[in-house]
Design a protein around this ligand. Sequence first.
Ligand SMILES: [Zn+2]
Length: 145
Amino acid sequence: MSHNLEGKGRDLLSKLSRTIRSGAETLMQETKELTKVGKLKVEVLSLENERAKKFEEIGRLAHTLYKEGGTIEQLHEHFEAIDEIEAKIDAKNKEIEKAPAEEVQKAESVSTPQDEAVSRMYCTQCGALASEDDKFCSKCGNQLR
Ligand SMILES: [Zn+2]
């Protein structure tokens, strides 16, 4: 991983996060009363949102490269940006794991803001976001129902 590419990825990431920041800030404000674990989960949520957008972007770029002829190297900075996001998600999930069990339970009993809470749940094993329709966690494979 070269520092140059890392820097580029970070630039892109900061641009990207600016575009979603307003939404994330609203979410943070509404969840002020949450526990530390709850806040971490909201942060993980917004990072996963960022990652999903990044994947979409890569999909579009890959298609453009396919059509116009390019090299996969052109996507590297995007892959690295995703690595960075995943490192942040891992770090926050580890913090959540370290938290006392009763705090985690408290956080799980607090629902996310109404309009966001449609079909949102978390894996009890790794804390990854899962949809209510999911039978298994997409991250660790834990059985959810
Ligand atoms: Zn899981």
